[in-house]
Design a protein around this ligand. Structure first.
Ligand SMILES: [Zn+2]
Length: 69
């Protein structure tokens, strides 16, 4: 049995397999998309859809919590 790593989208709260989500890491005072999902540091996950992406960049107060700033 394959264990699927589930992550939660910080915009809509939906749980999905890690591979289906976009990963972001904190770099230079901004969230940076980690396309390879291999950057070090705390990652935040978000669905690939436009809506979740926009919500992610709009909700700046969430960044503090998800990136442990
Ligand atoms: Zn989402």
């Amino acid at each position: 049995m394959v264990v699927v790593m589930q992550r939660t989208c910080i915009s809509c709260g939906m749980k999905r397999p890690k591979q289906e989500l976009c990963r972001f890491v904190w770099r230079d005072e901004m969230p940076m998309q980690d396309f390879q999902q291999s950057e070090s540091g705390r990652g935040a996950y978000c669905c690939e859809g436009e809506r979740c992406h926009q919500a992610f960049f709009k909700e700046r107060k969430k960044w503090k919590r998800v990136f442990r700033l």
